[in-house]
Design a protein around this ligand. Structure first.
Ligand code: IGP
Length: 274
């Protein structure tokens, strides 16, 4: 792994909490029958929706306060708004997430659900069933190929998150087929949509490519799609206000009608919360 001192303090603390949780866990090995993520993206595209993973994100290290609504109701609103898939944070200490929330959401919807957490050890994979798990290249270092194999053995589809070209090369070498480029720098927690634009041209055809973080408006959606995003992962901009209407606005960004409730300006690159 990279020098941990380069990471933002909030991220260092998230990682050490993740390791502690992994130690505490010794459950049975899960075996999942996943809902197909690529098929969900194709279904969305076929009926004119931008393929979007909407994230249930009650709070984050840079968000003030927490959203206390029932996460299942939020998730159902996102699906009603046209989300092709959902992401549910299960990290408890910094994002207000819970494994139980993921399970309840997955029971309530029929789209694929991504488990969003800081998985650094194989045992953490057995904490919950989901259709997709996230592995963050920067945090798993040389264990990426082993964790990818361990996740696939359990039936999970795997989203490997990268932030620059060297991480992309590591992800490809490890055999990743679904790759997310995080526009948020985990050292500074600053968002720059140019990150996706600089990494995307180096991603080979055949990889499902997802633009993550900092997407706040239909204009941002179009910008990421123009740069090659097969799908988008959006949390904060959807969680802020009416989740169904927010999701619909983004999902319709390419429909040519300006979205259901009009467009907002592109978000300021530095102000988008984690
Ligand atoms: O809220 P945003 O800016 O739309 O970002 C969503 C998602 O990309 C972000 O939550 C995220 C991307 N990678 C992560 C890893 C861990 C926790 C959170 C994340």
């Amino acid at each position: 792994m990279d020098d941990p001192d380069e990471l933002a303090p909030a991220v260092r603390s998230i990682l050490s909490a993740a390791r502690d949780r992994a130690d505490a866990r010794a459950g049975a090995i899960v075996s999942v029958a996943p809902r197909d993520l690529s098929a969900a993206f194709e279904r969305a595209a076929a009926d004119g929706r931008v393929p979007l993973i909407a994230e249930v994100k009650p709070t984050s290290p840079t968000t003030e306060g927490a959203r206390e609504d029932d996460p299942v109701a939020l998730a159902e609103g996102m699906v009603a708004g046209g989300a092709a898939a959902l992401s549910v944070l299960t990290e408890p200490e910094h994002f207000g997430g819970r494994v139980e929330t993921l399970e309840r959401v997955r029971d309530a919807v029929d789209v694929p659900v991504l488990r969003k957490d800081f998985v650094v050890e194989e045992a953490q994979l057995d904490a919950a069933e989901s259709d997709v798990v996230l592995l963050i290249a920067r945090f798993v270092g040389n264990d990426l190929a082993d964790l990818l194999a361990a996740a696939r053995e359990r039936g999970f589809q795997v989203l490997v998150e990268v932030h620059d070209r060297s991480e992309l090369e590591r992800a490809l070498d490890a055999g990743a087929t679904t790759i997310g480029v995080n526009n948020r720098d985990l050292a500074e927690l600053v968002v720059d949509l140019g990150t996706f634009e600089s990494v995307a041209p180096h991603v080979p055809d055949g990889v499902t490519l997802i633009a993550e973080s900092g997407i706040g408006s239909p204009a941002d959606v179009r910008r990421m799609r123009a740069a090659g995003a097969d799908a988008l992962l959006v949390g904060s901009a959807i969680m802020d206000g009416d989740v169904e209407a927010n999701t619909r606005d983004l999902v319709r960004a390419e429909a040519g009608d300006g979205g259901a409730s009009g467009e907002s300006d592109t978000t300021d690159a530095t102000e988008t919360p984690t």
